[in-house]
Design a binder for this molecule. Structure first.
Ligand SMILES: [Zn+2]
Length: 148
């Protein structure tokens, strides 16, 4: 009877595999065995889209090093190699991962900025630190004068 499965009379033949052709064909299965994680390998390099990654890529770290030379917090002398790149406008608030939104802070000052809620503004290439009201009621901006 036409439309019946040849080995299972009474079962209708339904071509469910039609849309899978090319995805689950024998050649593809073979390729998959050799490259078990093709999707991961095809993922674009994060450095190509620096503003979409939370980690500062090397060329931006280099630009920040040239500008800040080390921890940018007032009176701190910790060199850049020991510093962490900090998002001036937090990544979680939509701040980009770029030179203008990054500054170097040593581990101590990085924690302090977050804990005490300091504000940082980059003006003409110099990071200025604005203390929270409970540290300075006038919130006078200050900078690290040890850096040029
Ligand atoms: Zn510091």
């Amino acid at each position: 009877m036409p439309g019946e499965h040849p080995r299972h009379p009474g079962h209708r033949v339904v071509h469910v595999h039609r849309t899978h052709s090319g995805l689950h064909g024998p050649e593809d299965r073979l390729r998959r065995r050799h490259h078990p994680r093709p999707a991961r390998q095809r993922r674009p390099h994060p450095g190509h889209r620096p503003h979409f990654t939370r980690i500062f890529p090397p060329h931006i770290r280099k630009a920040i090093t040239a500008r800040d030379q080390g921890c940018a917090f007032p009176a701190c002398t910790i060199p850049a190699t020991w510093c962490e790149a900090h998002h001036i406008t937090y990544w979680s608030h939509g701040g980009p991962t770029g030179t203008d939104n990054g500054t170097f802070l040593c581990s101590h000052h990085h924690h302090l900025i977050h804990k005490e809620n300091w504000t940082i503004q980059v003006k003409t290439g110099i990071p200025w630190f604005i203390p929270p009201p409970h540290i300075d009621p006038h919130q006078k901006p200050r900078r690290n004068h040890d850096r040029t």
